[in-house]
Design a protein around this ligand. Sequence first.
Ligand SMILES: O=C[C@@H](O)[C@@H](O)[C@H](O)CO
Length: 190
Amino acid sequence: MKRSEINRAIMKSGVFFINNGWAMPPQPKWDVTDFGLGDFEKFGLILINLAEEVEYCEKLMYAAKGQTTPSHTHKKKKEDIICRTGELVVQLWANDPANNDSMDTFEMKVNGSFQTITSDDKITLKAGERITIEPGVWHAFWPESDECIIGEVSTANDDLNDNFFSNPDIGRYAHIDEDESPLVKLLSDK
Ligand SMILES: O=C[C@@H](O)[C@@H](O)[C@H](O)CO
């Protein structure tokens, strides 16, 4: 991913956050990723770690229509994915969708109430709605609206060691081609 694309993504999402009432923290901890796939328009996510402590984490995320966060799971992290602005689709599986096409059902909390989910189901969250994802549940998400602000409130976050993707080609952070100067230092920058 080119640094110029990262800079543009930060500017575009920054304007959207501010226009939707989200004040940036001092020295925001930006994380812009194409999941190492080199196609940010298709697989891309912009994140800001708002709070990261040993016990818990809060993130603010942005995606535009067409950008998917690919299927993955966490072994330790339990998280609420919250649609803050726009409309968000979250797809769910009991097992890795890459090697399992079972129709397993499982219970998940949507807006705090248990709901029976069948593997492969898609849940659409409107602004204000949330889904609680237990460790081991596979999930992918993308905006249904043109742009989407997504919240994440979770137990401890460890992006290097607790993200397991279906696609073995995926890396959590982008490979960066330094074609211009960075606008900000990313979490993944040395
Ligand atoms: O589901 C998404 C989240 O867990 C993100 O925080 C994660 O960084 C995506 O790889």
